[in-house]
Design a protein around this ligand. Sequence first.
Ligand SMILES: [Zn+2]
Length: 406
Amino acid sequence: MRINRKRLEESMERLGRIGQTPAGGLTRLALSDDDRRGRDLLVGWMREAGLSVTVDRMGNIFGLRAGSAALPAVMMGSHADSVPTGGKYDGQLGVLCALEVIRSLDDGRVRTRHPVAMAIFTNEEGARFQPAMIGSGVMAGKIPLEDAYTARDKDGLRLGDELERIGYLGAEPCIPRPFHAYLELHIEQGPILEEAQLPIGVVEGIVGIAWSRITFHGVQDHAGPTPMRIRHDALVAAAEVVGGVRRIAALMGGDFVSTVGRLDIAPGIPNAIPGRVVMSVDFRDPEDAKLDRARPMLDALVQEAAAREGVRHEIDHYWRVPRTPFDTGVVAAVETAARDLGVGHRRMLSGAGHDAQYMAAICPTGMVFVPSRAGRSHCEEEFTPMDDVEHGANVLLGACASLAES
Ligand SMILES: [Zn+2]
């Protein structure tokens, strides 16, 4: 049994037109009008495929294909939101491959023992509302529903209100439910598979992630009449931290990565000394112990930078996800499916967070990676060759079909 490559490609093209950027990328922020259009298209396809569609109180969309027994479902899924000027593969591909697997089971008139389901999770990217992976996080019981509803975008709009506005505030409770397994196909978003010229990554787990928010309070003043000797510049302290965060990664070594991705500078005009800077720090490593060691290093770095510039500081270590190991049985099912198809594959860890991370807390979970050209993602150049997409979808089909019989 194989997926229908042409049908999958056509679906990718049609969904990719909603929120398409002039350069061929994608801007489809969570709970925007384009997100609603994308959801509507997907729900239409899911109903055409005979799935019974439900929407939960976080706007997560589920489609269920009955099995021959009243058992928990094998669920496949991902997300349909994107980052601003992102690509057409991150998230979308996992959702469309899940749909294609279900369509292919229908083509083959396959009756699985376990039901097979697909899911589209709300606001995975965290680009509009923080934290990321909020839809799966609430479903896994890791984020309170009320906290999710009160998350605000940069214009002050509440997630709960936006869910209602686009018509995806569903009635189903958003709570942990029994699933037989969860499978997510996703682009790798790194260079490993392409460098190794392998179409399939068998993902064994996700690295640990730690996010911190640092605020420096300096003294806002005029950029002209204020002599250098009396300045307390919040951005000068922040700049030290940007460089220092990179030195922490060098000290930790191995696969440790560190990023300052956001600086909010107030007042943010050319002729004023920055009075306040809020900045983000993102640390990742396969070993939780290294994240534990990095935290006091960051604290010391921030304290020293603040003292040197004579500014006040706050540090909030507000989000931490430990390394997530995937289920050995599901990982083996993915590996066996790749081997049976005769396609090149290797085991690997994911450096990025995915909905699968939260799903792993409530059911046996695994992921299928396909290559990202030049390792790039979250950009308009994001691309995966169709041959690799086809291999990935067939591995997903094989793994899903075997798990649905087990
Ligand atoms: Zn994604």
